[in-house]
Design a protein around this ligand. Structure first.
Ligand SMILES: Cc1cc2nc3c(=O)[nH]c(=O)nc-3n(C[C@H](O)[C@H](O)[C@H](O)COP(=O)(O)OP(=O)(O)OC[C@H]3O[C@@H](n4cnc5c(N)ncnc54)[C@H](O)[C@@H]3O)c2cc1C
Length: 426
């Protein structure tokens, strides 16, 4: 029997068992009205792939039971949380089962400030392959906790996050649009704000570059009577077109609501590079952007965002149980490059432009001595070398944890896609 036929048979067997185990919550494209809606849930149309079966799980025990069926039948599977990742095959699968976690919506706040958050909540513990449910934190199963902080979907299904909360209620923010033809002062000002972050870790910002437009978000983790002086230069730039969100004293939640907008249903792809910041690099990336977007069909939009991360953020991550990311304690930008387009016909041209922008940035950053190896899984495209970027020692540690918590290699052999240890060359 061919590999495809084996996969089809295993998926069909899993589908039948899941149907019996979860009546009314297993959907297939043969006979369920709700199936089409779930197929079309992911953020990117490139992930709108009809699976053999789709089951919506509501408790950790149900996740364990579904994984037991996966293991018994040998069916391929994909885990889906919010479905925001645009890499085809990560949260979707053609010949296999989608395990949907969106019903895991519990939310409780303990007196000590720790919030227990079900994995199906969107805002923006772990069930192992053998079905056992374990907790992972800095004291218990600390090796698994370390690995999960960036190691991806190689170890188990996370059903609940226990998160230390901070009383960061007050936030001041301004979001403005600038005319992209006036790039030089925008870049100068951006790099000045970047420098100011080193001295004041309350400062945050992002800059999103599009054809003809730049969107700038200025953020402060408090509500001072006056915004920091370094923000002044942005309000004085002649290229300022509009304050989409005028300076507002609010909360993280009100900021998230202010930024939320209905998104078009489009095909999408992403890629990322991490660099140290510099004016020369910002200018060079914009030059590459102008070159790769010249002559693109109207239906294809490319844009990119500088997301500054400061050393205090890296320190905090290390202080909370460590992580395998291999991050350097320096000012850095986690660049995210995004392609959005309509029509399958444009897949090749959009992917090529995105790849040229990402690779060009990487090349330029290396030439300037500003490239950092880290590749963020949150913003990476499927071809990006996420786990390899963490460094040989960290990869060794991830392999050890995977062998301990998934000795049969279920997450490597049966999971459809993701940044998986099985894809590492070394
Ligand atoms: C342009 C852009 C902007 C973004 N902005 C934001 C933002 O503002 N805030 C933010 O938080 N993120 C942001 N992201 C990150 C993006 O949304 C992440 O990909 C998303 O948070 C992933 O969560 P999800 O539940 O939607 O994952 P899914 O797309 O459902 O899954 C992603 C991967 O994780 C696996 N997975 C999902 N849930 C689990 C689980 N419980 N256990 C084990 N494996 C699991 C899946 O199998 C898949 O491989 C942005 C990304 C881009 C490209």
């Amino acid at each position: 029997m061919s590999t495809d036929s084996v996969a089809t048979e295993s998926a069909a067997a899993a589908s039948n068992l899941l149907r019996a185990a979860f009546p009314g919550r297993d959907l297939t494209h043969h006979d369920d009205m709700g199936f089409e809606a779930e197929v079309r849930k992911p953020w990117s149309q490139t992930c709108w792939i009809p699976s053999t079966a789709y089951v919506s799980l509501a408790t950790s025990q149900e996740v364990a039971d579904a994984l037991a069926i996966i293991q018994k039948t040998g069916s391929k599977f994909a885990i889906r949380g919010g479905g925001h990742n645009p890499n085809a095959g990560f949260n979707s699968i053609e010949n296999g089962v989608v395990l949907d976690l969106s019903r895991l919506k519990s939310k409780t706040l303990e007196e000590d400030g720790v919030a227990h958050i079900g994995a199906g909540n969107t805002w923006g513990e772990v069930v192992l392959a053998d079905g056992s449910q374990v907790s992972a934190n800095a004291e218990t199963n600390s090796d698994l906790f370390w690995a999960l902080k960036g190691g991806g979907t190689n170890f188990g299904v996370v059903t609940r996050f226990d998160i230390a909360t901070y009383p960061l209620i007050k936030t001041q923010y301004t979001i403005s649009l600038y005319d992209g033809s006036d790039m030089s002062p925008i870049i100068n000002t951006s790099t000045e704000v970047h420098k100011a972050m080193e001295a004041d870790s309350n400062i945050g910002f992002f800059v999103n570059f599009r054809s003809g437009i730049v969107v700038v978000g200025l953020l402060y983790a408090d509500t001072p009577a006056e915004p920091p002086n370094v923000f002044d230069a942005f309000s004085k730039l002649p290229s300022l077109q509009a304050n989409v969100v005028p300076t507002t004293n609010g909360t993280i939640l009100s900021l998230a609501k202010a930024m939320a907008r209905p998104e078009d249903t489009l095909r999408r792809a992403i890629s990322t590079v991490t660099t140290e910041p510099s004016k020369e690099l910002y200018e060079g990336i914009n030059k590459i952007f102008q070159e790769v977007t010249r002559g693109l069909p109207d239906a294809v939009q490319i844009h990119y965002t500088a997301q500054p991360v400061g050393p205090s953020c890296v320190e905090a991550g290390i202080g909370q149980g460590g992580n395998p990311l291999g991050l350097k304690k320096v000012m850095q930008d986690w660049w995210v490059f995004t392609a959005e387009w309509a029509g399958e016909d444009n897949d090749a041209v959009a992917s090529k432009a995105l790849s040229e922008l990402s690779k060009g940035t990487r090349r330029l950053a290396r030439e300037l001595g500003l490239l950092l190896e880290y590749v963020s899984s949150t913003f990476a495209g499927a071809p990006d070398d996420v786990l390899g970027s963490y460094g040989a020692e960290n990869v060794k540690g991830l392999r050890t944890v995977a062998a301990k918590y998934d000795p049969d290699g279920v997450f490597q052999s049966l999971q459809n896609g993701g940044f998986l240890l099985r894809n590492l060359v070394v």
